[in-house]
Design a protein around this ligand. Structure first.
Ligand SMILES: *Cc1c(COP(=O)(O)O)cnc(C)c1O
Length: 408
């Protein structure tokens, strides 16, 4: 749905009433007086997470004790939840596993990709990539003794930066600052045409936009559990390895959980078959339990419906801000073109930090990213059309007050 001209809050309330995703909002605890536009940083708490964690604490850990590793199926959780996430990102069963953090998983897949392209020494990425992605690659290049190179280029120069020296193209699919989305299939094809592998960071994509890792012929991917998957603060992350690469997949964090027979307690490492070799240590069962609750809720929605609503919400916000906030110095950083937009809207403003603080005081929670970015995430599973109306009006009020006030 495209909002040519937004007429009234009442019309939007009707749209919420007709929204096929509206029932899913009931799964979340959303505090009164808060419009939550920061689910791209930390998703809200699902009610069932309380209940499920209480059950696991009491019935499984409490009564089961060490027996629960078997009786409650704890050891199977990383693969079971991985298979569920695979359905959200267009991957196949057995290609995704949940483990560690996004940062650590990135380290593992970077190592694997470099090992699979031994004659090549360059990692290509973009300047606007998330800092941890850049830092992990920098750390790995340093650790490898300097023979490798991290080639950081501007977004426009990515394609031309992939030459015969490049082992891997490492990108974040939806940019955390601007919400701009890459064409995964096209860039993956360009990398493959030059003999390079690809790593996609899906932190701002999984659960927010439809993905087709299989169709794009993606090689490796990592992603985050606590953003649009609503898995809770510091939720474990996921890692994808295309099945065709799994036999060659080698990573240096060869912990016992990635061993072919962890409970044989052998002295020599022997990688497990398949995606399990991407595991390192003991899985965090309580955190995995919470993550599975969030993932199960995401699976109740069709990703096509999620995408349609995401575009409708972000279109609506952009249209309202165009109308209400013209002349106050906001500069839209997010593409208006649907094909290049994730599920957030960002603006640059010279007083972005103060504006976001004033919004928070009115119950509108987004976030500020230095040096001057206002960032609003629109998670279609619980953000309503009326929330968009109220947030845009609050933003207009804040900007008007600032420009009238003594400290303008
Ligand atoms: C949020 C985010 C991360 C987070 O990594 P952690 O290891 O969970 O801290 C990584 N990459 C991107 C692109 C992100 O947006």
């Amino acid at each position: 749905m495209i909002h040519e001209k937004v007429t009234s809050r009442e019309a939007l309330a009707k749209q919420d009433a007709a929204d096929t995703l509206a029932a899913i909002r009931q799964h979340f605890y959303l505090p009164d007086g808060v419009i939550y536009l920061d689910g791209n940083s930390l998703g809200p708490l699902p009610w069932r997470t309380h209940l499920r964690l209480a059950a696991v604490l009491g019935g499984e850990w409490g009564d089961g004790l060490i027996r629960a590793w078997q009786s409650a199926g704890w050891l199977a959780l990383p693969q079971r939840i991985g298979d569920k996430i695979a359905r959200l990102i267009g991957a196949q069963p057995g290609e995704v596993i949940v483990a560690d953090s996004t940062s650590i998983n990135l380290f593992k897949v970077l190592c694997a990709a470099l090992t699979m392209r031994p004659g090549r020494r360059v990692i290509v990425t973009e300047r606007d990539n998330f800092p941890t992605d850049l830092y992990i690659a920098q750390g790995l290049v340093e650790f490898l003794g300097g023979a490798h190179q991290l080639r950081i280029v501007e977004r426009e120069a990515i394609a031309e930066a992939i030459d015969e020296d490049v082992a891997v193209l490492m990108l974040t699919h939806v940019c955390y600052r601007t919400g701009e989305m890459h064409d995964m299939a096209a860039l993956t094809a360009q990398a493959h045409a030059r003999g390079a592998l690809t790593i996609w960071d899906l932190a701002h994509s999984a659960g927010a936009v439809p993905l087709d890792l299989t169709g794009a012929q993606a090689d490796f991917a990592v992603g985050c559990g606590y953003k649009y998957l609503n898995g809770g603060p510091g939720a474990p992350a996921f890692l994808f390895v295309a099945r065709r690469h799994q036999a060659d997949f080698q990573q240096p964090l060869k912990g016992w959980m990635g061993h072919a027979q962890p409970f044989a307690f052998e002295a020599t490492y022997q990688p497990a078959d398949g995606i399990a070799r991407a595991l390192c240590g003991t899985p965090p069962i309580l955190a995995l339990t919470a993550l599975e609750c969030g993932v199960d809720i995401a699976l109740e929605a069709s990703m096509d419906e999620v995408r349609a609503k995401s575009l409708a919400l972000t279109d609506l916000f952009i249209a309202l801000v165009d109308d209400l906030c013209a002349g106050y110095g906001l500069r839209l950083l997010t593409p208006r073109d649907h094909h290049r937009r994730g599920s957030q809207v960002s603006y640059a403003h010279p007083h972005a930090a103060a504006v976001m603080q004033a919004l928070a005081a009115r119950g509108v929670i987004g976030d500020f990213r230095p040096p001057d970015i206002l960032r609003f995430g629109f998670a279609p599973l619980y953000v309503r059309y009326v929330d968009v109306w109220d947030a845009a009006h609050a933003l207009a009020d804040v900007l008007r007050e600032r420009s009238l006030g003594p400290t303008a």
